[in-house]
Design a protein around this ligand. Structure first.
Ligand code: SF4
Ligand code: SF4
Ligand code: SF4
Length: 327
């Protein structure tokens, strides 16, 4: 459990610094079990900051969205740092972006929170449908205790835990300036649930499986917007000249989009599960991400976002890299 008072106290200290522009963290959403990003430009806004097992969103997406607007004559560039609250997988996203030179470490103040897993809100909504508001969610040993209108609902942790957390390799942030709370004991990593059944399928069965999913894709690009590693200035999906993917929503173009997205994240995806959780039609994107992550690990002994000093996978070459797949 994170000490909320300590979180607020530390964030207040950080946001009061002259060299910090704002801090982004979490606050309670406006309905049900939703959680929203909270932006504090001064200490008075920090009181609403919280951290609980519903704080799943990867906030590493915000520093990367910071827009550097053209300066008017006489204006000086705003070089202040951005503070960001991170769990283990969010910190891995920052490491990956820093490796790729998308952000500079010195431009960030990282408030790390050791994480023992987050709740999959879809699982929770199916257990407690139509909940308008909760008063408290706490994790106690292997249980979640959820208080609604004075009644406490207990659930075994495994009933609500997000699937991607079972394969988490770094629940404790690997980089931080301030750590809120004690480090957690890492757990035995399990393969993501979908991979085994995916690998057991024959090629045509796999095609049927993905065709059924991809034809439901509405090309809203929520998966791209939520992903901290999807930060190209111009996404290939938006290019008109050349036009790699047409705007039409059909199985051919949807497949092109989903395969392109997954391959552009090869060796870069940190497994935070954001893409899958925001998909409005529940396409199991983590099965694709995890399958590629596994292949990358087996071929190159590489896991994304683990070491700030390491070069990104596609930014280095080793003479003994496997090349069997090169035609
Ligand atoms: S993947 Fe790891 S760090 Fe991320 S939410 Fe799950 S347990 Fe926490
Ligand atoms: S979020 Fe889902 S529906 Fe939207 S583009 Fe991505 S895969 Fe398609
Ligand atoms: S592809 Fe999905 S799981 Fe991977 S980093 Fe992006 S949002 Fe997270």
């Amino acid at each position: 459990m994170v000490d909320q008072k300590l979180l607020v106290k530390e964030v207040k200290k950080i946001v009061s610094r002259d060299d910090v522009k704002y801090v982004v963290g979490y606050k309670k959403g406006t309905h049900g079990f939703t959680i929203s990003p909270a932006f504090a430009y001064s200490s008075e806004y920090v009181e609403k900051f919280i951290f609980n097992p519903l704080c799943k969103k990867n906030l590493a997406v915000y520093p990367i969205l910071e827009e550097k607007l053209p300066l008017r004559r006489g204006d000086e560039e705003d070089t202040r740092k951005i503070g960001v609250v991170v769990k283990g997988c969010d910190a891995r996203a920052l490491i990956q972006i820093i490796q790729e030179k998308g952000l500079k470490r010195e431009d960030l103040v990282i408030i790390g929170i050791p994480c023992s897993g987050v709740i999959d809100i879809r699982k929770l909504n199916s257990k407690l449908p139509n909940t308008k508001e909760y008063s408290e969610i706490i994790e106690d040993q292997d249980e979640y205790k959820i208080t609604i209108n004075g009644d406490v609902h207990n659930f075994a942790k495994e009933e609500l835990l997000a699937d991607f957390c079972t394969s988490c390799v770094a629940p404790n942030p690997l980089i931080y300036d301030v750590l809120i709370g004690e480090k957690v004991e890492p757990w035995a990593v399990q393969d993501h649930v979908g991979i085994k059944s995916l690998e057991d399928k024959k090629v045509l069965e796999r095609w049927d499986y993905w065709e059924k999913h991809f034809q439901r894709c509405i090309r809203c690009y929520a998966c791209r917007e939520a992903c901290p590693l999807c930060y190209c200035e111009t996404c290939m999906a938006d290019l008109l000249e050349p036009q790699w993917i047409r705007r039409s929503v059909n199985i051919s173009e949807n497949t092109a989009w989903n395969i392109m997205r997954a391959y552009h994240l090869a060796g870069r995806c940190v497994g935070c599960g954001e893409c899958e959780s925001v998909c409005p039609v529940n396409i199991p994107l983590m099965e694709l991400n995890k399958k590629i992550e596994k292949e990358v690990k087996e071929m190159f002994s590489y896991t994304a976002g683990m070491d700030i000093e390491e070069k990104p996978l596609f930014g280095m070459f080793k003479p003994d890299d496997p090349e069997e797949f090169v035609l």
